[in-house]
Design a protein around this ligand. Structure first.
Ligand code: NAD
Ligand code: TDX
Length: 363
């Protein structure tokens, strides 16, 4: 470890984690409190349908943790929080994150992902400019590989220089937010970093996304809806590896830079669903329908469905020394185990609102 790293370890960091009651943000809050217990961690989350206060309950006994319910578009609230908590580091996860919901109703995506990010950037710029130690500040923006568009079967994986070509209202709104963050570095010299990450999975994943949806439907004996021909490819990353990548960027990343984060785990959707079925057949004490594969149902494709995502994360690996530590086989086993032992977490999420959403998408 270098002397700078040792020094930065001893200095208390004061983090504002937006969207910290969602899937990745909550994993990150748990990760940070565990690895850096002396740092202050303030989670700001609006608790939309995707936010879950229960996920953070284990952190309530941690003296350096605070939860605030609020909207990233609320500028007076952001100003007050940055000041009263003397925040030096923003880790920005808050977003509308589900592609299918962005197709049904894009408005919230533009509001939160674009206007919300802009509101945070403006508030942080004021806060950073009035600081007496601006060199210690950082605005880290968490983004997605979807901003790069879709790959053909033999195209090279997305790198940091791949041109943006977002195809869904979700990815377009994330692309807009990335461009704003980039502009705040280039125009104002604000210390920003961006990570563009591939598909995450793991604990606390909201039921609407592919992996939790399949796990829960298998446990309930419901059809497993595979879009189109099931040949679409995603590059899967265990969520804890995403947290360690952000950690590496916050500690050793260069301001103004973008880093791609991926698991080197390209899998076709149908193969992934088959793997989940096999794990459930093996690990679940009992299933309403067995073998689980008999539940697989091909359904109408998602409009504008991107065919393939793949991430080249060699910049993060060579410059910052990060590597993913969990293979997709290990990560899926851990995830299936987690869903088997946390029915108390996921069952209450299958609300009337969720059923109404489900019926609209899968009708
Ligand atoms: P999520 O939908 O599970 O969580 C989003 C959180 O943001 C929720 O807790 C929600 O309540 C909160 N939120 C939404 N609007 C808000 C607002 N206006 N103000 C304050 N809080 C608000 O999303 P996720 O999967 O955890 O994704 C987190 C981030 O990572 C997003 O920016 C997403 O684009 C990005 N990302 C996700 C993945 C993935 O595979 N899930 C991959 C790459 C990048
Ligand atoms: O029921 C389904 N059936 C199905 O075949 C669902 C929900 C999904 N799919 C397919 C669509 C995708 O090809 O599975 C793949 C994964 O779908 P999602 O879990 O919805 O993820 P994706 O659209 O790839 O986007 C995710 O990764 C990038 C996150 O939701 C984004 O927030 C992130 O930016």
């Amino acid at each position: 470890m270098t002397s700078v790293e040792l020094q930065s370890l001893s200095k208390q960091r004061r983090l504002l984690v937006t969207g910290g009651a969602g899937f990745i943000g909550s994993n990150f809050a748990h990760y940070w409190c565990q690895h850096y217990p002396n740092d202050r961690v303030v989670v700001l989350d609006a608790l939309t349908y995707a936010g879950n206060r229960r996920t953070l309950i284990p952190l309530d006994s941690h003296s350096n943790f605070r939860f605030v319910q609020g909207d990233i578009c609320d500028r007076p609230l952001i100003d007050a929080l940055l000041q009263e908590e003397a925040i030096d580091t923003v880790v920005h996860f808050a977003a509308e994150s589900h592609v299918d919901r962005s197709i049904l109703g894009p408005d919230a995506f533009v509001r939160t992902n674009v206007v919300g990010t802009f509101t945070l950037l403006e508030a942080f710029r004021q806060h950073w400019m009035s600081s007496d130690r601006p060199e210690d500040y950082r605005f880290h923006h968490v983004s997605t590989d979807e901003v790069y568009g879709s790959l053909g079967p033999h195209d090279p994986a997305f790198s940091e220089t791949t041109p943006y070509a977002p195809n869904s209202p979700y990815s377009a709104s994330k692309a807009g937010s990335d461009h704003l963050v980039r502009a705040y570095y280039h125009t104002y010299g604000m210390p920003t970093t961006i990570t563009n990450c591939s598909n995450n999975y793991g604990p606390y994943h909201f039921p609407e996304k592919l992996i939790p949806l399949m796990c829960i439907n298998i446990l309930m004996g419901k059809p497993l809806p595979v879009y189109g021909d099931g040949q679409n490819v995603r590059d899967w990353l265990y969520v804890e590896d995403h947290c360690s990548a952000i950690d590496a960027v916050l500690r050793r990343g260069k301001v103004g830079e973008t880093y791609n984060v991926g698991g080197n785990n390209e899998v076709k959707n149908i193969d992934l669903v088959q793997m989940l079925c096999a794990l459930m057949n093996e690990m679940a004490p009992s299933l309403p329908v067995k073998p689980a594969e008999s539940l697989i149902t091909f359904v109408k494709d998602r409009p504008g469905h991107d065919r393939r995502y793949a991430i080249n994360s060699s910049k993060l690996q060579t410059e910052l020394g990060w590597t993913p530590s969990v293979t997709v086989q290990e990560g899926l086993r851990l995830t299936v185990q987690w869903f088997l032992s946390h029915e108390d977490w996921w069952r209450p999420l299958l609300s009337e609102e969720y059923q109404a959403y489900y019926n609209k998408v899968y009708a």
